[in-house]
Ligand binder design. Structure first.
Ligand code: BG6
Length: 298
């Protein structure tokens, strides 16, 4: 594999042609090419200069999901926390041992963020001594993103985490999301009410913002083609029991200054693996690990 670093973007590619690009701003994966195609959606109007979280790819949400709750330690933080709008460091590449790597090459890139690297504003807003190591592993058939959270301080802290993956699709009306049936979800478009999913193959036909809870991380969420039921993506998780399904649809897409073109809501579906319905607590000196593996056109 080859790795290059230019203008705060780390890019790696395999001899077989697959590639991945990660911006140090947010350690945001902005491109994943496999099967000769871009697999992630990136808005044409995304800010790539560190002035705003990147709209597209895989922004990392930490240590709070959505608008922080009131009267909580995370209350002073912006929506989705600080990880996606902080400058990470590239820690280097290591040889990856992907579980499905039958003699094929793989490359693993590590990124780090710790409390000393945060802006003064964020450090004050969330005064814990933490260390994050985010590992992005590219194989011929998959992209894996894994996060290790370390508590390097003397007091416990709690956090939420989410890998906000924007999948690139040709047409939102031609896909279905599977393996959510019978799961409980919160519908954020309807005053956060709780529902049970009845569809074995969810069609997206309007604004969708749902937090599916308590899933078995080893059961893949499948994005399939409605026409022939072929899987386009499968997402398995580790230690991430919630999955957010989000599409802004027409009006919300128009309302986001960094989302473009307006019609691009048809070309994306966010399937976001996370731990967001409660809080993970890490005791002083302990660590936590979780992640996702995305496979494309299996
Ligand atoms: C999703 C949330 O994860 O992210 C949505 O469930 C939110 O409510 C979306 O609108 C995008 O958030 P942001 O901060 O990137 O505009």
């Amino acid at each position: 594999s080859t790795v290059s670093i230019n203008d705060n973007v780390v890019e790696a590619s395999l001899p077989t042609g697959e590639s991945v690009a990660i911006h140090l701003y947010g350690a945001t994966v902005t491109s994943w090419k496999a099967n000769g195609q871009e697999q992630l959606f990136l808005s044409e109007k995304a800010h790539l200069d560190g002035s705003k979280p990147i709209r597209g790819g895989i922004p990392l949400v930490f240590p709070v999901f959505g608008p922080p709750p009131q009267n909580h330690v995370t209350s002073p933080l912006p929506q989705h926390g600080f990880a996606r709008n902080s400058n990470w460091e590239y820690l280097g590449k290591s040889s990856a041992e992907a579980a499905d790597n039958q003699g094929d090459q793989a490359v693993k890139l590590d990124f780090g963020l710790s409390h000393t690297m945060l802006s003064e504003e964020f450090r004050k807003a969330w005064p814990y001594e933490f260390g994050l190591v985010y590992s992005v592993t590219l194989t011929k058939t998959s992209l894996q993103t894994q996060l290790q959270v370390r508590n390097e301080g003397t007091q416990n802290f709690e956090f939420q985490v989410l890998m906000h993956t924007y999948l690139n699709i040709a047409d939102i009306s031609a896909i279905r999301v599977k393996n959510l049936e019978s799961k409980t979800y919160i519908d954020k478009t309807r005053e956060a009410t709780s529902h049970t999913e009845t569809s074995p193959a969810l069609a997206i036909t309007g604004e969708t913002d749902r937090v599916y809870q308590n899933l078995d991380p080893s059961v893949p969420i499948i994005v399939s083609s409605a026409a022939d039921d072929q899987p386009l993506f499968s997402i398995t998780r580790e230690a991430l029991a919630d999955v957010v399904v989000w599409n802004p649809w027409i009006e919300k897409a128009k309302g986001m200054a960094d989302f473009g073109p307006d019609e691009a809501y048809k070309n994306m579906i966010c399937v976001e693996a996370g731990s967001v319905s409660g809080w993970q607590t890490i005791e002083a000196g302990d660590s936590w690990e979780g992640g996702q593996t995305i496979k494309s056109r299996l």
